[in-house]
Design a protein around this ligand. Structure first.
Ligand SMILES: [Zn+2]
Length: 138
């Protein structure tokens, strides 16, 4: 197999390699002190980053849609297959990370839409004012 890289060791750490590779990495780690040092390094990096949403995401949720895709889902701007996949991922799998991400995106989109709403309200109010002037008692 290919020489051990950090990314292979990271996958090994998270049980994300095919069984046969898990076994060979384990064997290499048993036999090779340099590989063990690299492994400790990877483990340290992972520990330090483990509280960030991004790290948890990368570590545990490789099947998660990207944030861009979640944004597209929110705007219903995805092809039906992808839309169904994300809907399944959110509603059936109930992935808490994607849900949190989606909530965050929804909030951002709502914020971005706010000035438009405020503007609309202003227009409605001023038309109401015009109507009152035209139809109101004189
Ligand atoms: Zn997810």
């Amino acid at each position: 197999m290919a020489p051990l890289t950090k990314s292979i060791l990271r996958d090994f750490l998270h049980d994300a390699l095919p069984d046969s590779e898990m076994a060979s990495v384990e064997k290499i780690l048993r036999d090779d002190s340099e590989a063990r040092m690299l492994f400790e390094e990877v483990r340290g990096e992972e520990d330090r980053g483990e509280h960030t949403i991004g790290a948890i995401w990368r570590r545990e949720h490789l099947s998660c849609p990207t944030r861009d895709q979640l944004g597209g889902y929110l705007l219903q701007a995805l092809d039906p297959t992808r839309f169904d996949y994300i809907e399944f991922h959110l509603k059936t799998v109930g992935c808490p990370f994607c849900q949190a991400n989606l909530d965050d995106l929804a909030k951002k989109q709502a914020e971005a839409a706010e000035p438009i709403k405020a503007r609309r309200k202003r227009i409605v109010n001023s038309s109401a004012g015009v109507l009152r002037t035209v139809t109101g008692p004189s």
